[in-house]
Design a protein. Structure first.
Length: 759
């Protein structure tokens, strides 16, 4: 696309007010070819030539060479760099020579499995014996036994591996015994809770394969991350060779940082991020620029879709009719239809959550709009990489929200363009995650001391607790599943911690609209709340806690809702502490309890608070890992002697630090929680806590502990550089604050941090 012409057009619109704060030209990349140590078969060469491939990129050839020598390989390169051939070629070459060999491809989503199955078709078709099949929750029951017996390349996802394959490994005996390759694509997705579950799944898979005499090679492909070796090893428990040199060519890209204009400088308020994104998307679609607009969440996808459609309906009904929203919680048939329409070119624009961030082939896109920083640089580059897949230059725009991290990046673009990618963090031995998988493993066959090879030494502690809970029985030298645990895999939700899933049902028709985990249900589906589904507002009328069912009805209202909650933190144990700056920082285990107490109604378009109501839902409580730190004695004396607002200062430090931590850790702001208090009941001192937002922790607090000095420094910059007078969403206010951002004191927060850092 002609980026300069489009931006010149935007600058002439009546709503342009110097929102462009940074324009980065990303140059194209020349191809670097690789060389194979051994020639490919004629069938594979012919299949590649039919796709117009006459030579391989460096990273593709290097992966093939290393796999041929028996190594496990992790390929960490940019989006659309041809990573698929890194595993398709060696798998097909091996399976065509060994008629009994099998391979398993694991993708994080069904949509990606479907897409990769189509991509595999051409190269496999030249090898008649290489049958490949998709085996997931949508696979008809009548076809499953045939797939188990005859599939050579099985395409599946972690959910089906967990629920359908490993617990029924006896039915998969032949396939697993002959398993030569396990392919894990989009490995960077497996972080946090989901990644910790998958790491235990892969250990269960390796354990069963070892019992059957198989030792498959693992191929992992990932977006660029800072710790590919560590992440691959943590996921699988194996050693890897890492390939990070990207040999693929790329077209140029213009990357623009767009900051919505201030509405009130003294209050730090800015024009709506959603509104700015919608305007830009509408302008691109009017110019017939194929555009994918990313948003942060389900509600936002529906809101921005609504804004763009209303904008276009007034002037371009054709473009309005070629627009759709997309998110992972839609029913499978709806997702497949939207994906096909996008690939076929029937859709001009798509408003999507990060469900489209992964490498699903959607054809050539010219522009991507990213509505709010996605939480990590890796995700931002993945989303930006969805445009510009052909030879033409492309446009990506990051539209800042008014939270502190987004505003920090707008002021410091080098913190995005000049820094390395983040580390992917998982916690395979988190007891809340590993213990359920140990029950699943014991169901598959009895546990023994030898299984520490797969699950680590912490397995023994977790097994002892399962025995105490009567979930495992001891019969020396093994541990057996208790008869009271008939099929443990059904009780383990691998994409969250906790087993309760709520179903959203239309109260009149009884139609099931969506499913959502318990925490999400309490935060989005409370009585009186408005939940958006496929562009329509639904009023939550009842929450049945016993059956985990939420009832709703469709309404037309000019507002949406967000919850208020109260959170308390108690220290369970201190793991370690150290001097940092002019104070002491601690790492330990805490209990976090959260209670939803009310909700606000916000205007759909201005986002102004209309009113508030109170509700009461059960308290959700969990143990996790946290960091906390003291306030220097001299600073406390200064604050108290001048009767300054200590509570407001601590609260402001907590908010700002939580918003900044995702810049250092590969996580979302919602993965982190916190609390501050002038007198904590367990220490008797003023304290600021920052904790992992999941039971047992997923490694974020540990990273914050290690990098606390950098966290403080960036947090202080966020506060000092903001032009507001008393604090705003761009520095110390949080949209998730259960106490309505009260009290907050920007000046005292700056004093506390300055004294901690410099003394």
């Amino acid at each position: 696309m002609d980026v300069d012409a489009f931006i010149n057009h935007v600058k002439k619109t009546e709503w342009y007010e110097d929102q462009i704060v940074h324009w980065q030209r990303i140059p194209g990349r020349e191809r670097v070819e690789g060389k194979l140590r051994s020639p490919l078969s004629s069938n594979t060469i012919r299949a590649l030539e039919e796709d117009g491939i006459n030579s391989l990129f460096y990273h593709q050839a290097e992966a093939i060479n290393l796999l041929a020598s028996g190594k496990n390989v992790m390929v960490s390169t940019s989006a659309s760099s041809g990573k698929t051939l890194c595993y398709n070629i060696p798998v097909i070459e091996t399976l065509s020579k060994n008629r009994s060999a099998r391979a398993m491809y694991i993708f994080p989503t069904k949509a990606l499995s479907q897409d990769q199955g189509r991509n595999l078709e051409n190269i496999v078709s030249k090898h008649r014996s290489l049958r490949h099949d998709i085996f997931d929750g949508d696979t008809p029951t009548i076809e499953r036994s045939d797939i188990r017996r005859n599939s050579r390349i099985l395409i599946t996802n972690p959910d089906m591996l967990h629920l359908g394959i490993l617990p029924n490994h006896k039915s998969w005996y032949t396939f697993l015994r002959e398993l030569e390759y396990v392919v894990i694509d989009e490995a960077h997705v497996y972080r946090g809770v989901f990644g910790s579950h998958v790491s235990n799944l892969l250990r269960r898979l390796r354990r069963i394969c070892a019992r059957l005499g198989a030792k498959p090679r693992f191929v992992l492909c990932s977006a660029t991350i800072a710790n590919p070796m560590e992440h691959a090893t943590n996921l699988t428990g194996l050693d890897f060779e890492v390939i990070e040199i990207d040999g693929s060519p790329s077209s140029g890209k213009d990357f623009i940082f767009w900051n919505p204009p201030p509405v009130d400088i003294s209050e730090g308020s800015r024009r709506s991020t959603n509104g700015e994104s919608a305007r830009l998307t509408a302008e691109l679609l009017r110019k017939r620029v194929r555009t994918m607009t990313f948003v942060r969440g389900r509600r936002q996808a529906e809101l921005v879709h609504l804004y763009v459609k209303e904008n276009l309906s007034r002037s371009d009904s054709v473009a309005a009719g070629r627009l759709a929203p997309y998110r992972g919680s839609y029913l499978p048939e709806d997702r497949r239809r939207i994906e096909k329409d996008l690939f076929d070119g029937n859709l001009l624009g798509l408003i999507t959550t990060n469900a489209m961030e992964l490498g699903i082939d959607v054809g050539d896109l010219d522009a991507t709009i990213i509505t709010g920083f996605p939480g990590t640089r890796a995700s931002t580059w993945q989303q930006a990489g969805r445009s510009g897949r052909g030879n033409q230059d492309s446009l990506s725009m990051l539209i800042a929200s008014d939270n502190p991290l987004d505003q920090y990046l707008m002021r410091h673009p080098d913190s995005f363009f000049g820094m390395n990618h983040e580390c992917a963090r998982i916690s395979p031995t988190n007891p809340y995650i590993q213990k359920p998988h140990l029950l699943c493993a014991a169901y598959e066959f009895p546990l023994s001391m030898d299984d520490t090879e797969f699950f680590g030494a912490d397995m023994l502690w977790n097994v002892d607790e399962l025995v105490e809970d009567a979930l495992l029985k001891v019969h020396e030298p093994n541990w057996f599943i208790s008869p009271e645990v008939p099929y443990p895999a059904e009780e383990v939700k691998i994409r969250s911690i906790g087993n309760r899933t709520y179903t959203l049902v239309h109260e009149d028709s009884g139609v099931v609209l969506e499913t959502i985990d318990e925490m999400g249900a309490f935060l989005q589906m409370h009585p009186g709340g408005i939940y958006l589904h496929q562009g329509e507002s639904h009023l939550i009328t009842e929450v049945d806690l016993q059956s985990c069912t939420v009832y709703c009805r469709e309404v037309k209202v000019p507002y949406y809702t967000e919850v208020r909650d109260i959170t308390e933190t108690r220290i369970l144990g201190e793991h370690k502490s150290r001097k940092a700056g002019n104070t002491t920082v601690y790492l330990g285990e805490v209990n976090v309890s959260t209670e939803v107490v009310g909700f606000r109604r916000r205007d759909k378009f201005t986002e102004a608070i209309l009113n508030e109501e109170y509700v009461r839902l059960p308290i959700l409580s969990y143990d996790t890992i946290a960091i906390w730190f003291d306030v220097p004695d001299g600073t406390l004396k200064y604050i108290r002697s001048r009767k300054l607002d200590l509570s407001g200062g601590l609260h402001a430090v907590e908010h700002a630090a939580i918003s900044v931590l995702p810049l250092l850790a590969m996580c979302d702001r919602n993965d982190i929680g916190g609390i501050s208090t002038p007198v904590h009941p367990d220490t008797g001192k003023p304290q600021v806590f920052i904790h992992d937002g999941q039971p047992g922790g997923i490694g974020l607090a540990e990273l914050g502990y290690d990098q606390i000095e950098e966290l403080w420094n960036i947090t202080l910059k966020v506060i000092q550089e903001c032009n507001c007078e008393d604090g705003c969403p761009g520095c110390i206010q949080s949209p998730k604050c259960g106490s309505n951002n009260m009290p907050l004191d920007k000046e005292v927060a700056g004093t506390i941090l300055q004294e901690i850092i410099t003394g």
